[in-house]
Write a protein that binds this ligand. Structure first.
Ligand code: ADP
Ligand code: GLC
Length: 482
């Protein structure tokens, strides 16, 4: 039995701010149970729903040194969906209304979490063969592991892999403070280790010290080795590229299933979508005060409202797009200027634009199920899960060809009758508009072709089946080296 430990800052159903949580919550249960014991360790945030906190069982607690501080580490546990979860409790670090606050607090919080996750292992009696870290929040795990923990027999042959879900966020703060927080020796803060451009960088530490590095699509694995996508670490990514693999994300096919989804008005599948899917559109139009016309081309957006997702292109084109024969429904929170932009357009184009500036699992499912198309013109996209959810619900993605979007959405070819969506190459508002108009033309004037595309989209398999096997292969290759 191979033992794997996921260490992460979020995971569904317990806590989620983005796609990372979907991955951490849904991938562990997809490993071959005969050969893999995969467990997950997360912080116990005060802002988790009471329902989850009530279900956690207290295991034990101890005190841990973090540099000159001595901190309480509580350990709770829970079995969920066949997976063993552990939660690190510390009210000083994990209170607050959201998992992440200001970066100064966060760098200390996740230094604590990373060290606590390692320190907890002998106490709970779980010795993983491989620790699988995710994003900058756990970047110090491979560093601590090779530092003092290495001196301890228990930790000596534990290997580590770090997955980059978004290279933009690196956990950067000044060297002096980070040295004080972590208690790591001065020698760690050199340009070939944790230091980057004068500051301490958690993600860089993880990338340097982990035995393997993965990211969430093949294209992003290539892109991050170039200056445009490399977020100033492209040189490091090139230097480590023999240890870097891209493994595309999957989604939970039970959670996101149009045939059984309890959030949607009318369930449907690949056979019944022609008749049934449109009923969801009608219901959503009614619920959100859009003009009730089930023949209208309805475009959905479910997203963090940030530059990454291409909202400056949308802002630039919104007026012009609203002159078209279509409707928009947006669900998202984020940068104020984009929140206000959508509120403004919902006011200006009543009946045509619905702005839902909040977070809602239920509403997201309704949008995936009800819309004709889903817009995601990202500037960069490590993988993207929303387009996979859209495909699953037969909602045609309109995307920019970058990262995981390029790898998962096959562009429509009207001559060969192939493809599952529409895409454009350059980060350019007019290319986006042109692509939307092309999609509209197929929708309004070639309905049979459109429906065939919906069928192809729904037939695609972006469950974890394939990618979980790729992670297993990666783990195996790591263990063979020992
Ligand atoms: P990222 O992780 O970069 O935000 P992904 O596409 O990988 O992008 O994952 C986003 C996840 O968050 C999806 O599950 C999506 O449905 C969900 N999501 C984003 N915004 C909202 C929202 N306002 N309400 C509900 N779900 C949301
Ligand atoms: C990040 C990326 C997104 C990816 C998700 C899960 O949030 O922005 O593209 O799908 O992580 O890996």
């Amino acid at each position: 039995m191979k033992k794997i430990l996921f260490v992460a800052s979020e995971g569904v159903p317990f806590i989620k701010t983005g796609g990372l949580a979907d991955v951490v919550g849904s991938l562990p249960k997809c490993f071959d149970k005969e050969n893999y014991d995969v467990r997950v360790i997360l912080p116990k945030y005060m802002c988790m729903r009471q329902e989850w906190k009530d279900k956690m069982n207290y295991l034990t607690h101890f005190y841990m040194d973090l540099s000159w501080r001595s901190q309480y580490v509580g350990i709770l546990e829970m079995q969920y969906d066949g997976v063993q979860f552990y939660f690190i409790d510390n009210e000083y670090y994990f209170s607050g209304p959201k998992p992440y606050g200001n970066i100064y607090q966060d760098v200390e919080k996740f230094a604590f979490f990373s060290k606590a996750a390692l320190s907890a292992l002998p106490v709970i009696g779980f010795k993983p063969d491989i620790i699988h870290c995710h994003d900058w929040q756990t970047g110090l795990v491979p560093v601590f592991l090779k530092d003092k923990f290495h001196e301890n027999e228990f930790f000596r042959d534990i290997r580590s892999v770090i997955s980059i879900h978004n290279l933009k966020f690196q956990g950067v703060w000044d060297v002096k403070t980070i040295q004080d927080i972590t208690g790591l020796d001065k020698s760690y803060f050199a340009p070939d280790k944790l230091e980057a451009y004068g500051d301490a960088n958690y993600l860089k530490g993880g990338i340097v010290y982990a035995d393997r590095i993965t990211t969430v699509s093949k294209t992003y694995a290539e892109e991050i080795q170039t200056p445009f996508y490399g977020e100033r670490l492209d040189g490091l990514m090139r230097a480590r590229n023999n240890c870097l693999t891209g493994i595309v994300n999957g989604i939970d096919y039970d959670e996101y299933n149009p045939a059984t989804d309890s959030f949607v008005e009318k369930n449907y599948d690949i056979k019944s979508f022609r008749k049934e899917k449109v009923k969801n559109k009608k219901a959503l139009q009614k619920e959100l005060g859009l003009d009730q016309d089930d023949r209208k081309f309805l475009i959905g957006i479910v997203s963090r409202l940030t530059d990454q997702k291409g909202f400056d292109l949308i802002a630039y084109m919104m007026d012009e797009m609203c002159q078209q024969d279509l409707q928009f429904v947006v669900l998202g929170t984020g940068e104020e200027r984009y929140e206000n932009m959508f509120r403004h357009f919902a006011w200006k184009y009543q009946g045509k634009v619905a702005a839902n500036i909040y977070y809602s699992e239920a509403m997201s499912h309704k949008i995936y199920a009800s819309c004709d198309a889903f817009l995601m013109p990202s500037l960069f996209e490590p993988c993207g899960l929303s387009q996979l959810m859209s495909l699953r619900y037969g909602t045609i993605p309109i995307v920019r060809e970058t990262g995981g979007l390029k790898d998962t959405v096959e562009p429509y070819n009207e001559y060969k009758a192939t493809g599952t969506g529409f895409s454009f190459a350059n980060y350019n508002a007019h290319e986006m508009l042109y692509t939307i108009k092309y999609a509209m033309d197929v929708f309004y004037n070639h309905k049979r072709d459109w429906n065939k595309m919906v069928e192809r989209a729904m037939k695609k398999d972006f469950s974890w089946n394939t990618s979980a096997r790729e992670y297993e292969k990666l783990y195996e290759s790591m263990l063979e080296e020992q």
